[in-house]
Ligand binder design. Structure first.
Ligand SMILES: Nc1ncnc2c1ncn2[C@@H]1O[C@H](COP(=O)(O)OP(=O)(O)O)[C@@H](O)[C@H]1O
Ligand SMILES: [Mg+2]
Length: 232
């Protein structure tokens, strides 16, 4: 399993949001770190095939992102995910399953299974407007998992979560990297420090660090902050 990104670039009018990024991703959790405006969302939207690159390519085992086959293997939690406040968690998953073209019996089975996985089965019949931020994010992850994706893209899934919810989120994500490629963006080092197999760091559209991070490598937070000091 390999997601291959080759010299990927996105230019908006006079702004280069993603600047010649090349990457090879295999199974595991990839933590994409970068400050606001670094280009994380732009990169992820291109990986999901929703935004057309200015140049460069993205393929998964030889399949281009623009192909329907690729979309069927993808799970995506956008940064500003629109939940339907009047829906219950269960209704929402069934609705998303229908949008993804799943048959009803399979959708029902998967909905029950995923509500358990994200620990929302107790509130499955409660309206989303009664959910906490962490509960909404877990529901967002559940919808991204409906089609058993080989590539899971989570754009700032921990934004707005309290410390307790963050820990819960980490526990949930940990296992997902075993047989899929998980790409998770954040600007908070501690979100990914202990769960990411690989760290990707973006600054001004460019990939400035890529590699494993082990305790031996020192303090990730310190390293991350240093990258920003150098430009000042
Ligand atoms: N649709 C757009 N038109 C023009 N500029 C954009 C657009 N989307 C993003 N940008 C710019 O591209 C840069 C990267 O944005 P983004 O990918 O959202 O970064 P991040 O997700 O890391 O915060 C920012 O400078 C942002 O203002
Ligand atoms: Mg973003």
């Amino acid at each position: 399993m390999e997601l291959s990104i080759d010299r990927l670039t996105k230019q908006y009018q006079n702004k280069i949001a993603v600047d010649r990024i090349s990457l090879r991703l295999n199974t595991g959790i990839y933590g994409l770190l970068g400050a606001n405006g670094a280009g994380k969302t732009t990169l992820m939207r291109m990986v999901c095939g929703i935004l057309k690159p200015t140049s460069g390519t993205i393929t998964f085992d030889g399949i281009d992102v623009s192909e329907e086959r690729y979309r069927s293997m993808l799970g995506y939690l956008p940064q500003d995910f629109g939940y339907y406040p009047e829906f219950t968690g269960e209704d929402f998953l069934l609705y998303m399953a229908a949008l993804k073209g799943m048959r009803k019996p399979q959708a029902r089975r998967k909905t029950v299974e995923l509500l358990k996985l994200v620990s929302l089965h107790d509130v499955a019949k409660k309206k989303i407007k009664t959910y906490s931020g962490g509960m909404k994010q877990r529901l967002g992850i559940a919808q991204a998992l409906l089609n058993q994706p080989k590539i899971l893209v989570l754009d700032e899934p921990t934004a707005g979560l309290d410390p307790k919810e963050r820990v819960r989120f980490r526990d949930l994500i940990k296992d997902l990297g075993k047989d899929s490629i998980v790409l998770l963006s954040t600007h908070i080092v501690s979100d990914i420090e202990h769960i990411a197999d690989d760290i990707l760091m973006m600054k001004s559209g460019q990939l400035i660090y890529q590699g494993k991070w082990t305790d031996k490598s020192g303090n990730l937070e310190e390293f991350y902050l240093k990258q920003f000091e150098e430009i000042e």
